[in-house]
Ligand binder design. Structure first.
Ligand code: CUA
Length: 182
């Protein structure tokens, strides 16, 4: 009887470890970064250093000198998810162009869902999640959070504004990360 119990506990523990070590369930603890661990961006210093500083958020043309960038001339959108907003809250991108999203979280796991499409992207603390999406036509997309993340979860939503390419090109960096009327 006792032996059976030990095997059961061992099996559950193994399953737990396997789940926790997969990307979606991985919980990144600030203490790991403190001791020099953690491979991705440190959730505590996201806003202060590295590719997720505020001036680098939103849509930007890739530069060849940055290892986190794609081929020169392609577009990358960087966003942070945190309880209970997306930073930036609104991103402007051109229509008909592949757009690489790089997303991370400053606290718990969130999920961006682009309403009206089947595009979605998890935001995991300590991890950069990347995916490339193309929005064929101009339009507005709400980005509700689709992963329960706490008390404000149901009000957590960002926006994506897809504009014609020729309208996007002259926009300044600051204008690409807010959707106020231009
Ligand atoms: Cu963020 Cu739910």
């Amino acid at each position: 009887m006792k032996k059976k119990k030990i095997w059961f506990v061992a099996a559950v523990t193994l399953l737990g470890v396997a789940l926790l070590s997969t990307r979606y369930y991985m919980v990144d603890l600030p203490v790991w970064h403190f001791f020099g661990g953690g491979e991705g961006p440190d959730p505590l210093t996201l806003h202060l250093e590295g590719e997720f500083v505020e001036s680098n958020l939103g849509a930007a043309e890739d530069r060849t000198d940055d290892p986190a960038d794609g081929p020169a001339g392609s577009l990358t959108v960087r966003m942070i998810a945190q309880q209970f907003v997306f930073v930036p809250q609104c991103v402007v991108v051109p229509a008909g162009v592949p757009i690489r999203f790089r997303i991370t979280s400053a606290d718990v796991v969130h999920k961006l869902s682009f309403l009206g499409t089947n595009y979605g992207l998890k935001a995991v603390p300590g991890v950069v999640t990347e995916a490339t999406f193309t929005f064929p036509k101009p339009g507005q997309f709400k980005i509700p959070c689709h992963e329960f993340c706490g008390a404000g979860h149901y009000a957590m939503r960002g926006h994506l504004e897809v504009v014609p390419r020729e309208q996007f090109a002259p926009l300044l960096a600051g204008e690409r990360r807010n959707c106020e009327p231009r």
